[in-house]
Design a protein around this ligand. Structure first.
Ligand code: BGC
Length: 730
């Protein structure tokens, strides 16, 4: 039986930041960190908003955190009862991830008796602008209570402050805070409404960073004193009428009541699980970690939009600048494609709509076509800076080349679009900008090809592959293979456009010199150098990789002078060695297993895995997938568990140099799903048909999952030696 609850008993200050991620709730529009109601920016409270960014001064551009309408502080007999300040007698926080409900219960011993706070909250999946909370106070004596609750606009920022000004006011009992951002003068509005099951004296208190009501009342031991809070968040990007909409939403929900909104929210989650829950008989740990990962993916899916993507740290805060990386297409896409293809379309639409940004970026490097942002924000703006890491010793920014050289990003966009088309059979995306996107990405790679005078092949030089510890290398196998893939897909698109014979496709064909481009791409695909296995079957990650120092991960780690030191860059401990940050050749082989024989796949798994630090949460699942392709589900298993439990354990890296990079890990969550379904489940498509080839880990007795394929929902049951694919009713 699956236990859908994650809990933490007792209060441990060291876990505060981690718990913010682990107990996160969200609905794609906003993510609310798993922090307590009395917490403030020092405890990294964040109501992180999707797709709206700001830049303050010279700092990095990052997504906005909304003012915190959940804020509530309890005073009893004049004393503050809050964490982390006052040590509790008992404390527990929990996340019911089936129903996406966060809860806390804390009891303190006061001089006159016990004081307990019990609270529950959710970010409505039904209504993306809505947060709701029930907060109860229980005492076993007549306590003089002052409850301060309202909107705390002193938000946590990494590179803020992002709000130049706030306006606060009260309107018919609703508290309203509107912040205006620094760069683009966007406005973020939070409206809060509050209902109680008791009578109290109210006083309104407004200062330059908050609007609060102070309620005074006396409790008795017989009952619970309940405060229900409704919080609506809107921005000027949502509508011109954002403030009135926020107030209306609060009012409507106050009328229908907490239970009604909670039920609607839970119903929505049930709808999601009805399609996406994965059952594993024989391994509860794996089943729970996997479904918990899927919970996170659901919580950040941008269902409120038709053109938006997911940030590398989801909606857990401003780390990684709230930017979109290759993580979305290469790691998260499959989950949405199989369970909610409309979301997959929204993610890809974001790339199509940011094509102009990618073309500008290519142009700025003197290239043609589309070079997608390594760290993409709205409009395709590349948030990646030239100095993305700070040296821990000197405190100086280090020149890194992620933005300039990680050219494999464009191929990830192509990969996503093609996968969507293959899977859904929906060609309309090609005619809505998908075709141009693919062609422009191919043009970009074409403009980068180098031809040596004495060789009849093309090369790609001065790049960074997935392994970021080795910058500016030549002929990274993964990159070259993905560029070849892009050329092939562009050729396919150019043919397909003719076949579709729609006005739009004719227009696109006329726009490009179709025949000429096709020939160029065909030639490029044929002649692009793809590193081949040596006599031992090993594919060199990039030119000269094998000449680097051959040492173990432990040796390299032992050379660190500071645990936060960055391993790559000019002087990093890994730079001059064969130690790599994450799956690179392994990623290539996991994506294209038919490029080589199984022996070659296996040889490379064994060669590269011990050389991999797994310093990125994107690494483990690629090794797990490749292990499955090599018929080694037992070897895949620990990597799968690592991926699936990335946010349960919180063991991921927290620092890159002096930069905090913590948060949730949706790519690892998506990678765990890919491993379970494509790897262990062996799901694949042949001639448009669903097929499976079970590769279950030894302890798994049965794997059951559902997927939507071309409009039909299927349930798939697999054991070690049997399988059943059946259509679901309805
Ligand atoms: C990894 C990248 C990844 C990024 C965001 C980096 O540490 O090396 O591959 O895209 O994190 O998750």
């Amino acid at each position: 039986m699956i236990n859908w609850k994650v809990k933490e008993q007792g209060f441990c200050p060291d876990q505060m930041i981690n718990n913010g991620n682990k107990f996160l709730i969200g609905n794609g529009y906003m993510g609310v960190r798993g922090t307590l109601e009395e917490f403030r920016k020092e405890e990294l409270v964040a109501i992180n908003l999707a797709g709206i960014y700001d830049r303050a001064g010279e700092g990095w551009r990052e997504p906005l955190n909304a003012p915190n309408g959940l804020y509530t502080l309890l005073k009893v007999d004049g004393e503050v009862y809050s964490l982390p300040g006052a040590a509790p007698k008992e404390h527990c926080i929990g996340l019911d991830y089936r129903r996406a409900l966060f809860s806390r219960k804390t009891t303190w011993k006061s001089p006159r008796g016990n004081v307990t706070i019990q609270a529950e909250r959710f970010a409505s999946l039904e209504e993306p602008h809505l947060l709701a909370m029930k907060y109860c106070i229980l005492t076993d004596f007549h306590a003089d209570v002052e409850l301060i609750t309202g909107i705390d606009a002193d938000v946590w920022d990494i590179n803020g402050p992002h709000y130049d000004a706030f306006s606060f006011h009260e309107e018919a009992g609703r508290l309203i805070a509107v912040g205006t951002t620094h760069e683009s003068r966007d406005q973020v509005c939070v409206a809060e409404g509050c209902q109680t099951n008791f009578i109290s004296e109210h006083k309104l208190h407004i200062d330059d960073r908050s609007i609060m009501r102070r309620m005074s009342f006396v409790t008795d031991a017989a009952r619970s004193f309940e405060v229900t809070k409704w919080i609506a968040v809107y921005t000027s990007k949502d509508s011109d009428d954002f403030e009135q909409q926020a107030i209306r939403l609060v009012n409507d929900h106050m009328k229908s009541g907490y239970e009604a909104s909670r039920c609607a929210h839970i119903r929505k989650w049930e709808e999601k699980w009805a399609v996406s829950e994965v059952m594993i008989e024989g391994d509860d740990e794996a089943m729970e970690a996997l479904n918990y990962s899927l919970y996170h993916l659901h919580s950040i899916a941008p269902r409120h939009s038709d053109s938006l993507s997911i940030a590398a740290r989801g909606l857990s805060g401003q780390t990684y600048k709230g930017a979109v990386f290759w993580d979305t297409e290469m790691f998260m896409l499959d989950f949405f494609l199989y369970t909610e293809p409309e979301v997959a379309r929204t993610l890809l639409r974001y790339r199509i709509d940011t094509l102009e940004g990618a073309k500008n970026k290519a142009r700025s490097y003197g290239c043609e076509g589309a070079f997608y942002a390594w760290e993409s924000q709205e409009g395709g703006y590349d948030a990646c800076s030239d100095y993305n890491v700070t040296d821990v010793f000197t405190g100086r920014p280090m020149r890194t080349y992620f933005k300039d050289k990680q050219i494999h990003i464009s191929s990830a966009v192509v990969y996503g679009i093609i996968k969507y088309i293959d899977y859904t059979g929906d060609y309309s995306i090609l005619l809505e900008g998908g075709a141009e996107t693919i062609i422009e990405c191919a043009k970009f790679y074409y403009s980068l090809l180098l031809k040596k005078v004495n060789k009849n092949c093309y090369e790609l030089h001065d790049v960074i592959g997935p392994d970021e510890y080795h910058e500016r290398v030549n002929n990274n196998g993964y990159t070259n293979r993905m560029a070849k893939y892009t050329f092939d897909q562009a050729v396919w698109v150019l043919d397909k456009l003719c076949e579709l014979q729609e006005d739009v496709s004719e227009r696109i064909c006329a726009m490009y010199e179709r025949e000429k481009l096709k020939q160029q791409f065909e030639d490029a695909s044929q002649k692009l150098y793809i590193p081949q296995p040596d006599e031992k079957g090993i594919i060199e990650q990039f030119d000269g990789y094998k000449t680097l120092e051959d040492v173990s991960v432990e040796t390299v780690k032992a050379r660190l002078l500071n645990e936060k030191e960055y391993w790559g860059g000019a002087y990093g401990v890994a730079t001059h060695t064969q130690i790599i940050k994450q799956a690179d050749v392994a990623a290539w082989l996991a994506l294209f297993p038919t490029d080589f024989s199984k022996d070659i796949l296996l040889a490379n798994w064994h060669y590269y895995e011990p050389k991999t630090e797994h310093g990125s949460s994107l690494s483990a699942c690629m090794y797990a997938l490749l292990a499955c392709k090599c018929d080694m589900p037992d070897r895949a298993y620990p990597f799968f568990i690592k991926s699936a439990s990335a946010d349960l354990t919180g063991h991921g890296k927290q620092w890159a140099g002096l930069i905090y990079i913590g948060g949730t890990h949706p790519a690892a969550a998506g990678g765990a799903y890919m491993t379970a379904i494509n790897g262990f489940g062996g799901l694949h498509f042949k001639d448009g048909e669903l097929k499976v080839k079970p590769q279950l880990p030894p302890t798994w007795k049965k794997l059951r999952f559902k997927i939507r394929h071309r409009g039909v929902l299927y349930q798939i049951d697999e054991t070690h030696d049997d399988m059943l694919i059946k259509k679901c009713e309805g």
